[in-house]
Design a protein around this ligand. Structure first.
Ligand SMILES: Nc1nc2c(c(=O)[nH]1)N[C@H]1C(S)=C(S)[C@@H](COP(=O)(O)OP(=O)(O)OC[C@H]3O[C@@H](n4cnc5c(=O)[nH]c(N)nc54)[C@H](O)[C@@H]3O)O[C@H]1N2
Ligand SMILES: Nc1nc2c(c(=O)[nH]1)N[C@H]1C(S)=C(S)[C@@H](COP(=O)(O)OP(=O)(O)OC[C@H]3O[C@@H](n4cnc5c(=O)[nH]c(N)nc54)[C@H](O)[C@@H]3O)O[C@H]1N2
Ligand code: SF4
Ligand SMILES: [Mo]
Length: 679
């Protein structure tokens, strides 16, 4: 039997056709409209992942961290958690129980029920990791033109890939890029690292890591100076262009070129090609998300889209038409309570359903007990001991907790600090609607295609069970997850059954371009806010980089560390720290490496595969080196996600979590100055 669903083994959420025989998955393949396709090693090994012997099949419990886990019944585990949560609520107040969510369980309906549970319990502190992922990026888009745009790559004539590597992270987008390129689209890539796409690009801007804001401002300046902007769009739909002109004039290409290691002519040529080839789109990604000036850098890129008139046109950058599902998060129940993110109020409240995405602030609250002590933490689909910046600090926080509960498919490194572990079902064992399929006008169901393995349960059901154990059933009146989803879907007139009958997805409405002509933009002024009054009123630069580049752009600058370390590639065989125990995937990437340039290696007397130690003021890692032209002189790239296998391989031993973007709380997770020495 074949069934269609979406895969959620990574955030690409690809539509897939799954083969099922006698209730077991025997294989799966991606569904894609493109002829030239990209294969996914994770999906190719789906059986190994889903039926791995290491899958958690029963709840685990221990009273003390030095004890071994015991397998217990769901009843026992849930009663224990409810007892602890209520005890802490009584002693310290409900907000002292917090929840941290990694990205694997998705940010669509699954997140909604988790937030609802915490709200019903009385804690505002359901915290996601979007300050380092794409939520901070979404806020920057939002503050500029009301929503995060979706690049219309397939129909584009000029594509800028800016800090993104969809070859490994989003195959359907990579296929669209290849498709457009083969039909003559110009391709410009901004990346300090050589990648699949830099190899096929017309222009590769090999930028100094974390200097994208400067580049964007210099391109804006060129476009303005040469009069290449879309005057009609700017006049009718933008606020603040005159101030922008002034601000951008400080970013002369020649001056900027040196600072960002790029030739001034390349900046000028990029400006010219991008502004004069229409339609054009920009794919901005995680390469910018973890920079200290993520917010202004991303806003500057958004402004490029606007002043060239590429917003909401075919082949440009589309303003999404979200599916109007019901907001069930009950945030109003906790709106009067200070959250752990109170120092970042704009980011805290920028969106009605994203909620809190400043993961660093949760660690602050545990360590500093500000605004109150956080004593108990539930971690759902995350591995914070490895994936949050500054692992030593994070582990200190985790150890300080009275109780840590995890909801996961596997025992990961963070489990060392846990008291209870609840076994979660994989994406193929549960029904939910993922964010990728409600953020725009196309809706598709992730539907259960096999029964949960062992006693594992789908994430939403676990939340329902926890609610029951806490005596909060009145907030979760539904008998099944599907009933709950039907309730959420009500405003759309659709039901889960309709989505099941159309497993390939439904166009809820037709994409409409140039919506701004009738509706304006979803900003307070209804225009593109190059100048943002909201930012000004809160004491931030109303136009990006108005006060120049302030502070450091890379952590540990000027501390005597001479290499720029950058966080490594997301390889297609793993998702962050996941799947390294799957032998077939591990055989593709056996161990982690530090990429280094030949010139630097020679200077340091290093040969290929020599073992080195990398240090920053926070800690160290040891890895072998790989010499190549992947990175340029002065930069080393340290493999990502391997801290799950060995503490000496944990990249976040090196990163800083104290210096942050003042709006989004984003630390410099992807670039830091460091030292390297041969062992
Ligand atoms: N220095 C540095 N730090 C980074 C990054 C970086 O590039 N450099 N990347 C950042 C980014 S963008 C992100 S998103 C984070 C990722 O950070 P995390 O979300 O913490 O990372 P994962 O390793 O994906 O951990 C996911 C966990 O969820 C479990 N899991 C998988 N599927 C499910 C499910 O359906 N339900 C449940 N309950 N559990 C499930 C997995 O077994 C795994 O233990 O890391 C961030 N940290
Ligand atoms: N296989 C796989 N797929 C994944 C994931 C995974 O772990 N594995 N994770 C998922 C998640 S949670 C996320 S957030 C997405 C992220 O997906 P992407 O947004 O594609 O992020 P990365 O793959 O990290 O690619 C970022 C690119 O930015 C470059 N870069 C690094 N520093 C800089 C810089 O300072 N400036 C610029 N311009 N570029 C820079 C890197 O060299 C890299 O080529 O991927 C998702 N998909
Ligand atoms: S890219 Fe990610 S979502 Fe797509 S098939 Fe592979 S693992 Fe699944
Ligand atoms: Mo992410």
């Amino acid at each position: 039997m074949k069934k269609v669903t979406n895969c959620r083994l990574c955030s690409a959420c690809c539509p897939v056709e799954v083969n099922i025989e006698q209730g077991e998955i025997t294989g799966a393949k991606r569904i894609t409209p493109f002829e030239k396709t990209i294969s996914c090693p994770k999906l190719a090994n789906v059986r190994k992942i889903i039926y791995s012997k290491q899958r958690l099949q029963k709840p685990l419990l221990r009273e003390k961290l030095h004890e071994d886990f015991k397998e217990v019944s769901w009843q026992e585990a849930l009663s224990f958690i409810a007892y602890k949560m209520n005890k802490i609520k009584k002693e310290y107040g409900a907000p002292s129980v917090a929840l941290l969510r990694g990205m694997a369980a998705d940010w669509g309906t699954s997140w909604d029920y988790t937030v609802r549970l915490m709200s019903a319990f009385g804690s505002p502190n359901a915290v996601g990791n979007g300050s380092v992922c794409f939520v901070a990026r979404e806020m920057a888009h939002n503050y500029t033109y009301g929503a995060i745009t979706i690049p219309q790559v397939k129909d584009s004539k000029c594509i800028i890939i800016w800090g993104k590597n969809d070859r490994n992270t989003l195959p359907q987008m990579a296929e669209a890029i290849i498709f457009a390129k083969e039909r003559g689209a110009k391709l410009i890539v901004v990346d300090p690292v050589k990648t699949f796409f830099t190899e096929m690009a017309d222009i590769w801007i090999r930028i100094k890591p974390a200097h994208d804001g400067l580049l964007a401002m210099a391109i804006i300046n060129e476009i303005v100076k040469q009069g290449l902007y879309d005057k009609d769009f700017v006049d009718k739909y933008c606020i603040g262009f005159e101030i922008l002109k002034d601000v951008a004039s400080q970013f002369d290409a020649k001056k900027v070129a040196e600072q960002i290691w790029v030739d001034a002519d390349l900046i000028k040529e990029t400006a010219k090609i991008y502004a004069t080839t229409k339609p054009a789109c920009i794919i901005d990604g995680n390469g910018i998300d973890m920079q200290l000036n993520i917010f202004d850098a991303t806003r500057a890129i958004c402004i490029l889209r606007a002043i060239t008139g590429n917003i909401d046109i075919p082949g440009g950058d589309f303003i999404p038409q979200p599916i109007p599902i019901r907001n069930i998060q009950l945030k109003e129940k906790t709106s009067n309570i200070k959250s752990v993110m109170y120092k970042y109020p704009l980011f805290e409240k920028f969106h009605p359903t994203w909620g809190l995405h400043g993961q660093s602030t949760l660690i602050d609250a545990i360590i500093d007990e500000d605004p109150y002590p956080v004593k108990m933490l539930l971690v759902q689909s995350g591995n914070p001991a490895v994936t949050l910046m500054d692992s030593q600090r994070v582990r200190m926080a985790l150890q300080k907790l009275d109780c840590l509960v995890m909801i996961d498919m596997f025992l990961n490194k963070t489990a060392q600090y846990a008291h209870v572990i609840l076994p979660a079902s994989s994406c193929f064992e549960k029904t939910q609607i993922n964010r990728a399929y409600i953020r725009n006008c196309f809706i598709m169901l992730q539907q259960k295609v096999i029964e949960p393995i062992g006693e594992s349960k789908p994430d939403i059901e676990i939340i329902f069970e926890l609610a029951k154990a806490l005596g909060l059933k009145e907030y979760f009146p539904w008998d099944t997850v599907e009933d709950a989803l039907d309730f959420q879907l009500q405003p759309t007139g659709l039901k889960v059954e309709d989505l099941k009958n159309n497993p390939q997805g439904i166009w809820y409405e037709k994409p409409r371009f140039k919506k701004f002509e009738q509706e304006g933009f979803k900003t307070p002024s209804k225009k593109v806010e190059i100048y943002s009054e909201r930012l000004y009123e809160s004491g931030f630069d109303p136009v990006p980089f108005m006060g120049g580049i302030q502070g450091k752009t890379i952590s540990f600058e000027k501390e005597g560390y001479d290499f720029i370390g950058i966080s490594g590639e997301r390889v297609s065989c793993f998702t962050h720290t996941q799947f390294r125990h799957i032998e077939e995937l591990r055989s593709i990437e056996r161990e982690p490496f530090v990429d280094i340039n030949l010139q630097d290696a020679q200077k340091l007397g290093l040969k290929d595969e020599d073992l080195v130690e990398i240090t920053t003021p926070r800690g160290k890692v040891t890895m072998k080196i790989k010499i190549s032209d992947t990175v340029s002189k002065g930069v080393i790239r340290i493999a990502w996600g391997w801290g799950e296998v060995d503490d000496n391989w944990n990249l976040n031993n090196l990163t800083d979590d104290l210096e942050r973007n003042p709006i989004t709380s984003t630390p410099s997770g992807r670039s830091f100055y460091c030292k390297i020495r041969k062992l």
